[in-house]
Write a new protein. Structure first.
Length: 190
């Protein structure tokens, strides 16, 4: 998998100074901060700006949709029905906002047993695929549960990104490649 060393990250946590501080803000304040992140930060020359928002139809996705008129959505879910219910609402939100949905990614899609190599389905299976099909959106791929990714995330490092042996990285790379192809085809069609 290719490693992207020029990734910039901004989080409200950086500005708060205390990673355990609760951010108790009403809609207008949240919207203002999101707009500032989009317009006031001196980003390097970007290929993509990815904005991670809560899995609902509230202030954050609404502000993004209203601020970046050609924004596209990438919906991430888990196979659990509770997550899938929120995803269906998010897809409906995108349709009402005329925001294109690039596709759906199913996260935490099985765990490969380190001893026998078989996939253990910890949650419902095929939830992402079924939802993508019923909602008429692309299933971009599925990401397995990967203990190394969890450990690195907890430690605040991205060392796992360079490990081509991880099934997670191979699946992630395929998802990125698919998204790039979809966007390239759209740009070529005008």
């Amino acid at each position: 998998m290719r490693y992207l060393p020029k990734m910039e990250v901004m989080s409200i946590e950086v500005l708060m100074g205390d990673k355990d501080a609760a951010t108790i803000w009403r809609g207008p304040l949240k919207g203002g901060v999101i707009r500032q992140f989009i317009s006031d930060i001196e980003w390097m020359d970007l290929d993509y700006l990815i904005i991670d928002s809560p899995p609902d139809t509230g202030d954050e996705p609404l502000t993004v949709a209203q601020t970046i008129l050609d924004a596209k959505a990438l919906i991430v879910t888990t196979p659990l029905e509770l997550s899938l219910a929120d995803v269906r609402k998010s897809i409906n939100f995108c349709k009402k906002m005329n925001m294109e949905v690039l596709g759906l990614v199913e996260n935490m899609s099985g765990l490969t047993c380190p001893h026998c190599g078989k996939t253990i389905e910890l949650f419902k299976t095929m939830g992402g695929m079924e939802t993508a099909k019923s909602e008429h959106v692309r299933l971009l791929g599925s990401l397995p549960i990967e203990p190394k990714v969890v450990r690195c995330g907890d430690d605040g490092n991205i060392d796992f990104l360079g490990d081509d042996k991880l099934e997670y990285n191979r699946a992630f790379g395929q998802i990125v490649d698919t998204i790039e192809k979809v966007l390239k085809n759209k740009n070529e069609k005008g």
